[in-house]
Design a binder for this molecule. Structure first.
Ligand code: SF4
Length: 244
């Protein structure tokens, strides 16, 4: 097993029309933003240790992980009980600057950013407020990757988007499809390899991976907000089979 997700639930500061949490059973989407430690953490730690998982991700089903009010105590708890693991936060970046000291407590971060254009950003994220990625990168002390969900809006502008990322100092970008979207977007770049079955491209020194959930060979352990544990990479499948 490759990695483990700690998933948070509750209201979000964005309203993405393709929010994965909306596809999950209500029982796993409980609001745990103020619950410390999260329900099910002991079993999660035991499973992570038993399986030798060394990549742990803080992310959300219906909320942003940086809206969790106990990020630092939870990182400390996990670091004290799991040796040698790396921690990353997968966030929309909306409060990253406000919480930059907390953001820098992770080993690395991934920010969801469909576009720098407020109109396109709003169609994807339900808000015109594009996070100040330049400032976040200036203040970040950890590697920051950008994750971009493609659709017809932003796929046509991909090269400009990648150039802007590069100018800001981003060195890794992941392109994703919306869940259930079977369209394939053209990536007009030179392929340099593959990562877990996904094509990898180069854009003037920026490593661009076109992440295809359906084709990926990754698997994960998922701790849902209600304390249930599930396996499989696709959260929707994982939640429907989670042991309660
Ligand atoms: S930022 Fe994430 S959790 Fe929040 S609405 Fe968008 S997809 Fe859902």
């Amino acid at each position: 097993m490759d990695f483990a997700n700690v998933l948070f639930g509750g209201p979000c500061n964005r309203r993405c029309p393709y929010c994965i949490g909306e596809l999950l059973p209500d029982r796993v989407n409980v609001d745990n933003r103020d619950v410390f430690p999260p329900a099910g953490i002991d079993r999660f730690v035991d499973e992570v240790n038993a399986r030798g998982i060394r990549e742990i991700v803080f992310t959300g089903t219906t909320t942003d992980p940086q809206l969790y009010r106990h990020e630092v105590p939870l990182l400390e708890l996990l670091r004290s009980r799991i040796s040698g693991a790396r921690y990353s936060v997968h966030t929309n970046g909306a409060v990253a600057l406000q919480k930059i000291d907390v953001f820098n407590r992770y080993d690395r971060a991934c920010i969801s950013l469909p576009s720098f254009d407020p109109e396109i950003y709003a169609r994807h994220m339900g808000s015109r407020q594009v996070p100040d990625v330049a400032r976040i990168l200036e203040r970040a002390r950890i590697p920051v990757k950008i994750s971009c969900v493609l659709d017809a809006d932003n796929a046509r502008d991909l090269e400009r988007f990648l150039s802007r990322c590069r100018a800001l100092g981003v060195r890794r970008v992941v392109l994703r499809r919306q869940f259930g979207d079977t369209r394939t977007w053209e990536v007009p770049l030179r392929q340099t390899g593959t990562y877990r079955g996904n094509p990898v491209y180069d854009h003037d020194g920026v490593e661009v991976t076109y992440w295809d959930f359906d084709a990926t060979t990754s698997t994960s352990l998922n701790l849902f907000a209600d304390g249930s544990l599930g396996e499989e990479y696709l959260l929707v499948r994982s939640a429907s089979r989670a042991a309660v």
